[in-house]
Design a protein around this ligand. Sequence first.
Ligand SMILES: Cc1ncc(COP(=O)(O)O)c(C=O)c1O
Length: 383
Amino acid sequence: MVPLNGPKIRLTRPVTGPEELEAVREVFESGHLAQGPRARAFERAIEQRCAARHAVATSSCTTALHLALAALGVGPGDEVAVADFTFPATANAVIQQGAAVVPVDIDPDTYAMDPADLERRITPRTKAVIVVDPLGSPADHAAIAAIARAHNLRTIDDAATAIGGECRGSLIGANAHSDITCFSFHARKVITTGEGGALTTNDDTLAETCRTLRAHGGVRVENRFRFEHAGFNYRLSDIQAAIGLVQLERLDDILAARRERSLALSDRLAPLAEAAGVRLPADPPWGRHLYQSYVVRLPDRADRDAVIRRLAALGIESTIGTYAVHAEPIYARLCGTQPGDRPASWRARRSCLTLPMHPGLTDADLDTIAAGLADALAQQDIP
Ligand SMILES: Cc1ncc(COP(=O)(O)O)c(C=O)c1O
């Protein structure tokens, strides 16, 4: 039972093949390794896939978020409402820009920002809202946008996990309800460039500002740059972009495979869900779950961390769902919050569990995961 060389069933595995290697080889032959023609081609491919006017490739989703905030003019003295149940990079970008984070609680069923809590947290200093598509499931962007419009707020969609998703019939990244959408191509995401990201927007000025800030803040004049801003170096290399171009072609197949494997795992977990009160991931009312992560919520009486340890002993890698920003020490200090001040997010932080999910999982792997979770809960007399 005890694995000899780390977990037998890994949380995730990128879907790559010889096509990515060939694309990288071509970049090396071209001699153009930094941001160049492949990065531009990758941006055009994202624009087409997401039905967006502009895409700007970046070195990560975190840097895309930072560019977005800077381009929207967010800075010291401003507050930014941030969905609380997220990887803290979402909030960190706000701090990097000198603004204050205001954590907003989530809906307990979809884990997406709760519009009613957003409404409560808006103050005269609120400048923008960062909505998160949690774990590959779209947030209700239309509901958030209606509130943002009423209060004159700018909206950013942190779609790190949600490329290829839809909300109420519009593509994530088409910005039907956001000013800017940010994607991640980190190796744990649906498609990957190793590290990498992109933002999309339909606003010509925002796109231009993001492009300028991405490359040190210089505007090209004849044979040199004139520096209008103190910008960043947030570029994506052509090596990464070449991988991204191949990955983007695989996106629909990968999403279909993830969905098929996720529903097959849910079938196996259904009896446990029924008997033990484990909450399985499901489509939100306004769109489809992409299952970038397969996250279950354990009953409150379960010791989630003991479940993670037991699964590890059985050779199954697992981890927490994600973080509750308000409860992380830095944000507790900055926001004056105590763990539990955003109750739905805190509950999700304590009781959610990410199980392995990727297209390479076999039926036997799914059986092992379901049996492993049942075993781990049985050790705690659940059910
Ligand atoms: C919701 C969310 N936002 C931002 C990030 C950061 O993405 P990156 O690693 O591309 O900077 C992540 C990464 O896990 C994420 O899940």
